[in-house]
Design a protein around this ligand. Structure first.
Ligand code: NAD
Ligand code: DAU
Length: 339
């Protein structure tokens, strides 16, 4: 079997590359990644030593690159992780989100149709459902929850989902979609809440909490996301959407305080800053469908996962310090300088 993994130099894609190489040693894994600011070859250093792994640099929205690539490798499976993934960046510059997340998915699906891909898996997000109120803990996102997006990022991801479902109905295209809650774990780019707070806390820098820190996210350890996608690709029903999440809801303030406690740092490092425009209040996934149909259950609780993650950042300082030393400094100044 040959599996093409797009966005494999990013956070979740790389964790998925390692999951597949370990679990299916006979599979040939081809990774395509444009190496944007979020893509990092250091993340793939171990994979590059594996003869079953091939890395190709390129843009999923570039038809002239993607079609010859499919002609050359003729993958059986495609797992599309490649995306612009940060909500704050989508507020500052929506255009690239449309190009990569919508056009890129369309180009990949066209090539997959042309070259007879057996399964195309679209990695989507719970953000396509919008948000839930803070005072209704009984409400959860199911696969039937209407699409109701808040940010250019989530609108672009929802557009790709709709395009994928339209290809399934119109062309009998063999697609599955997963919508996962917030991930955390190794190789997470330090623009996102958990790795940013860990890096700042280690460096005794202020921890910028948006608004009052009351917003709620439903955290899933990245390796549990990878096992879920593996199950969907191999056993999921074509044309179906599967929600992925593990009932690990936390307010942002809880998460930040946990990180400070684990690192033995004072809460005086917390700095409340101007809120994100259109900030979604609460996400919470109902994973009943994937549990009942595919037998998926998350293995890592938040209490365990956050300890593992903090330990990973302490043991892999070079990985994130290299990022902090580069273009990231301009990003940080622009995003947080006078917030
Ligand atoms: P990431 O930003 O860490 O990585 C994205 C990767 O895609 C990077 O390696 C980047 O170089 C690559 N890429 C970007 N544009 C590209 C293009 N035009 N062509 C080829 N490669 C390109 O993102 P992530 O957090 O790993 O998210 C991966 C996927 O999972 C995304 O589709 C995202 O929407 C989805 N998702 C993320 C989360 C989360 O909590 N991070 C949760 C649910 C779903
Ligand atoms: O739910 C899945 C989504 O989770 C994915 O689709 C996205 O790709 C991923 O980035 C993530 O989106 P969020 O916007 O929820 O993640 P982020 O880490 O940016 O923010 C998490 C929460 O923390 C959110 O309520 C905003 C808040 N926050 C974030 C940052 C970066 C802060 O308070 N301060 C910060 O500096």
């Amino acid at each position: 079997m040959k599996i093409l993994i797009t966005g494999g130099a990013g956070f979740i894609g790389a964790n998925f590359v390692y999951h597949i190489l370990e679990k299916y040693p006979s599979y040939e894994v081809i990774c395509v990644d444009a190496l944007t600011y979020a893509g990092n070859m250091e993340t793939l250093a171990e994979a590059m030593k594996n003869p079953k792994f091939t890395f190709v640099k390129g843009d999923i929205a570039d038809r002239d690159f993607i079609f010859p690539l499919f002609e050359n490798y003729k993958p059986d499976y495609v797992a599309n992780f490649a995306a612009e993934s940060h909500v704050d960046r989508s507020i500052n510059d929506p255009g690239i989100f449309l190009r990569t997340n919508v056009i890129g998915t369309g180009v990949l699906m066209d090539a997959s149709r042309e070259y007879g891909v057996k399964r195309f898996h679209q990695v989507s997000t719970d953000e396509v459902y919008g948000d839930l109120p803070l005072d209704r803990p009984d409400l959860l996102f199911t696969e039937e929850t209407p699409i109701h997006t808040s940010s250019p990022y989530s609108a672009a991801k929802a557009s790709a989902d709709l395009l994928a479902l339209s290809y399934c109905r119109t062309f009998k295209f063999p697609v599955t979609i997963s919508r996962c809650s917030n991930n955390y774990g190794p190789f997470h780019f330090p623009e996102k809440l958990i790795p940013l707070m860990i890096a700042n806390a280690i460096n005794d820098k202020p921890l910028p909490v948006y608004g009052k820190g009351e917003n709620v996210r439903d955290w899933l350890y990245v390796k549990d996301h990878c096992t879920a996608i593996d199950l969907i690709i191999h056993n999921g029903r074509i044309g179906e959407v599967y929600n992925i999440g593990g009932h690990n809801e936390r307010t942002n303030l809880d998460v930040v305080k946990t990180i400070l406690r684990e690192l033995n740092k004072p809460e005086t490092l917390i700095a409340y800053v101007t809120d994100r425009p259109g900030h979604d209040q609460r996400y919470a996934i109902d994973p009943t469908k994937i549990s009942n149909e595919l037998g998926w259950l998350p293995e890592t609780t938040f209490d365990t996962g956050i300890k593992l993650t903090i330990q990973w950042y302490l043991s892999n300082r070079k990985w994130w310090e290299n990022i902090l030393a580069g273009e990231y400094q301009n990003y940080y100044e622009n995003m947080y300088g006078d917030r």
